[in-house]
Design a protein around this ligand. Structure first.
Ligand code: C2E
Ligand code: CA
Ligand code: CA
Length: 843
């Protein structure tokens, strides 16, 4: 049997103890766990020998099986396996090979067992084909194997179908295994491709190769890595974030086997994280205050800007309703509108008033949006806001600028229109009267031109203040521009009420001003127009007030005039006069008349005053009172004044040529001429041109012009008198003179105004004024000349108070040049020094 099992025969050794050998084999065969057998190679595998093991194996004793005594082996063999077993044995037999086949049997007790049969087909002693072999029970082994197989399969499934990438690599990063998920993760179609392509993880996978070194370092030192995040480059070059969990796999003896682990694509998580980090940065660094509230509108978060703006720290407001921030002066409709809009469109923007922690209220511009969860339920409200108090302040400032004059802060023309419209509407509805006053400052241009804009500006500011404090709060004071102001009295009973206010304005504005430590003066000329009697429309009201104002100016300044219908016609006339004046100047329609002046001490004519006349082609000789103010207004006075100067000098030269050497010439200067810085040089040139000594020229400046800005006057006068000419103060007594300044003026003569001379005999105060003027003049070393002397009585009085010179009809009217010449020749001292005829003997 042994030999038949393939062992080499060793008969030579065993022969001496043949009996023993059989017994040993017997014992061996029968004590084996399995069943040793020989069977026929027939249809039912008829057993010819079966060892004792059969009982254990299949529940049948050898005797029951041998020769199919009870049951054949074919019957024991599971019917499903019979054909396969037979085929395998046959196939092995054909090739002269041993076979090993596993199949099921049915035991005597009806159980199924798995057996492994190993055998060989050999010829028996008679040369018939028999099968000899050994059948053993492999049921337990098979169960273990199957269990193992199942487990293996289970793990294989996990490996194959896991959504995470799974790998095993060598230390150097060569893949030992990779699952499909890993292949997909890295952009490959199959793990095979991945393993072929990514043979070298270290240099190819990680964007930053040092990550792999860190990985290895951790693996070597700690045996594992957890949530190891790296940027890796996929097959197509795209870059993703991965997180690896891995450990070192070691064998029973601690020997290294591989690195094994899982890989997750965390790109999305990373970008979400990054996004969140970004949002958090935006949230905390935003310049806008941000409040997040929950569905119940309780504050859950605020940012730094919020704390900075409101003064509240987050902890102080969390859990509260944002209502705690409210200042309480936002109208309830605004909140209602806010909630309506939020519910309707999920957003709202608008202005609210809040209060800071320190109690200070402020306006804020708030934008709220609503955040819903996946189910559409309100989850949060996010409100961001900015403090718009500065914005509002500048808005307010812009509005103010648009409506107010920047210099005086009074309402401007634009705003006046609005206010007037309202006032007119009000008066109309309530059947009331309204007075509109147009106020123009006298001499303002002169002050502005000579003293500079800063002085002019300051004067305007002070005038504005005085106007505002003179009228009631409910009245309107506005500045139209330049030196033009408007006062509107929206509720007056009679024009007399307006006159009363106008009076107050005149005295308020006429009082002296302190500007840069110097006293300045001006006065208002006021034109008044009444609504509804004089005009109904704003434009007409202003126009008529302007006309009336013009009349006030013409009347002598520092007064007011009510508009009358007649004025409009007169204004038209004035405009016509203006253009005629220009033409007159061009066509040389002006002539000079000369009024002689007499020295009472010598009784001689010592000079003449040049007085201009207009030889109008149709109106005849027009006196200066009718055109000088118009010429001043229209800006023609300078040209006219120049002409007067030239003509007077020419005449003087002419008279000197004719022997009237000692006659002096007085010339009136207009304000503009007097303040003209080029005047001294021009006069000097003129005198030189005519070869006239400067002492023969006397320039008259009115008291009010000289006293308007006395410091300036001193400078101008000094420049004028440098060449030797003399100066007189005209109309003395009609203005306000500061004696301190008068003393400083380089003047020679005071001309007592003819209004004082006129009533010298009847009005004691006029007499006093003349008396004091003469005293004063003499104290200051000045001469006095009295104007407008018409009577002997006046002369007598003037003589009695020591007045040196007179001028007036008593001696002569102003005369045209030829008549003046004749008059002078008769009475004036001749250059030759011939005797003169005295009219009156000197006292
Ligand atoms: P004024 O400088 O005070 O000139 C004296 C005015 O009194 C002159 O009036 C003269 O005719 C008038 N008059 C002289 N004696 C008598 C008199 O006994 N009784 C009366 N009632 N009047 C007398 P006129 O010529 O009409 O000049 C008026 C004003 O016109 C002048 O006043 C002067 O301020 C201005 N004016 C005249 N000519 C010129 C000029 O060439 N340039 C400038 N800027 N102003 C001039
Ligand atoms: Ca004069
Ligand atoms: Ca005068």
């Amino acid at each position: 049997m042994q030999a038949q099992l393939g062992r080499p025969r060793r008969t030579s050794l065993l022969t001496p103890r043949a009996v023993d050998r059989t017994r040993i084999l017997d014992t061996l065969v029968n004590n084996l766990e399995g069943m040793v057998y020989r069977c026929m190679d027939d249809a039912s595998w008829t057993m010819v020998f079966v060892s004792q093991g059969s009982a254990e194996l299949c529940g049948y004793a050898p005797a029951e099986i041998v020769d199919n005594a009870c049951i054949s082996w074919e019957e024991i063999t599971h019917p499903d396996d019979r054909a396969r077993v037979r085929a395998q044995i046959r196939s092995a037999a054909r090739n002269g090979q041993r076979f090993a086949v596993q199949y099921r049997i049915t035991t005597a007790s009806g159980n199924t067992k798995w057996v492994l049969e190993r055998g060989i087909t050999v010829p028996d002693e008679q040369g018939k084909s028999v099968i000899e072999g050994y059948i053993e029970d492999v049921t337990p082994r098979r169960a273990t194997l199957e269990a193992l197989e199942r487990t293996e399969l289970r793990y294989r499934h996990i490996f194959e179908y896991a959504s995470e990438g799974i790998f095993q690599t060598t230390r150097e990063g060569r893949y030992l295994a990779a699952n499909p998920a890993l292949a997909r993760l890295y952009g490959y179609e199959t793990p095979q491709q991945l393993m072929a392509d990514l043979s070298d993880i270290e240099s190819r996978l990680y964007v930053d190769p040092s990550r792999r070194h860190t990985f290895r370092h951790l693996m070597e030192n700690h045996g594992e890595v957890i949530n190891f995040e790296s940027l890796v480059r996929r097959c197509d070059g795209s870059i993703i974030w991965i997180s690896e969990n891995a450990h070192t796999v070691r064998g029973p003896a601690g020997e290294f086997i591989c690195y094994e682990g899982t890989v997750q694509d965390i790109t999305e998580r990373k970008s979400t994280e990054e996004h969140l980090r970004l949002l958090a940065t935006v949230f905390s660094n935003s310049n806008e205050a941000i409040i997040v509230t929950d569905a119940q509108n309780r504050i859950v978060a605020t940012n730094q800007a919020f704390s900075k703006l409101t003064g509240y720290q987050q902890e102080e407001v969390v859990g509260q309703n944002p209502r705690v921030l409210s200042a309480g002066n936002t109208p309830p409709e605004v909140y209602k509108e806010m909630w309506d809009s939020l519910n309707r469109s999920g957003a709202w923007q608008g202005e609210l008033w809040d209060r800071r922690k320190n109690g200070e209220p402020y306006p804020k511009w708030l934008s709220i949006s609503l955040v819903r969860d996946a189910n559409g339920q309100v989850q949060n409200y996010i409100g961001n806001f900015i403090d718009i108090s500065e914005l509002k302040a500048s808005e307010e400032r812009i509005r103010h600028l648009a409506h107010h004059d920047t210099l005086t802060n009074l309402p401007n023309r634009f705003s006046l229109n609005e206010k007037l419209e309202q006032a007119i509407g009000f008066c109309h509805r309530n059947d009331m009267q309204m007075a509109l006053m147009l106020i123009d400052l006298d001499r303002f241009k002169a002050i502005n031109d000579t003293l500079g804009h800063h002085v002019g500006d300051e004067l305007l500011i002070q005038v504005a203040n005085r106007l505002s404090s003179t009228v009631r709060k409910s009245d309107i004071v506005a500045r139209l521009g330049g030196d033009e102001f408007v006062v509107v009295l929206p509720d007056v009973d009679t024009p007399a009420d307006a006159a009363y206010v106008a009076d107050k304005i005149v005295s308020a504005i006429s009082a002296p001003y302190q500007i840069n430590g110097q006293e300045q003066r001006t006065s208002p000329s006021i034109g008044i127009c009444m609504y509804p009697d004089d005009a109904l429309e704003i434009g007409d009201l202003l126009k008529n007030a302007d006309v009336a104002m013009y009349y006030a100016k013409a009347k002598g300044r520092g007064n007011y005039q009510f508009f009358t219908e007649g004025m409009n016609a007169a204004t038209a006339q004035r405009l016509a006069l203006e253009s005629e004046l220009r033409i007159g100047l061009e066509r040389q329609q002006f002539v000079l008349y000369y009024q002689p002046q007499m020295d009472l001490r010598s009784g001689r004519l010592v000079g003449v005053e040049a007085l201009v006349r207009w030889q109008h082609p149709t109106r005849g000789l027009v006196p200066p009172s009718e055109f000088i103010p118009v010429a001043e207004e229209a800006g023609i006075i300078d040209a006219l004044g120049d002409w007067v100067l030239q003509e007077a000098c020419r005449q003087l030269r002419d008279w000197r040529n004719k022997g009237l050497g000692a006659i002096r010439m007085s010339i009136n200067l207009s304000t503009g001429q007097f303040l003209d810085k080029t005047l001294p040089r021009r006069i000097h040139t003129l005198l030189e041109y005519h070869g006239l000594p400067a002492e023969l020229l006397d320039l008259e400046v009115t008291e009010s012009v000289s006293m308007a800005s006395p410091d300036e006057t001193i400078e101008v006068m000094k420049a004028l008198t440098e060449s030797g000419l003399t100066l007189s103060i005209d109309d003395f007594g009609t203005g306000y003179s500061s004696l301190a300044y008068l003393k400083l003026f380089p003047i020679r003569t005071l001309k007592i105004d003819r209004s004082f001379v006129k009533d010298i005999e009847t009005d004691p105060s006029d007499a006093d004024i003349c008396d004091v003027t003469v005293l004063l003049a003499h104290k200051m070393g000045l001469e006095v000349i009295a104007e407008g002397v018409e009577t002997e009585a006046q002369l007598k009085f003037l003589l009695s108070i020591g007045c040196e010179k007179i001028q007036g009809y008593l001696i002569s009217e102003p005369l045209p040049a030829d008549r003046a010449e004749a008059f002078l020749l008769q009475r004036a001292p001749l250059m030759s020094g011939l005797g003169t005829v005295d009219l009156w003997s000197t006292p």
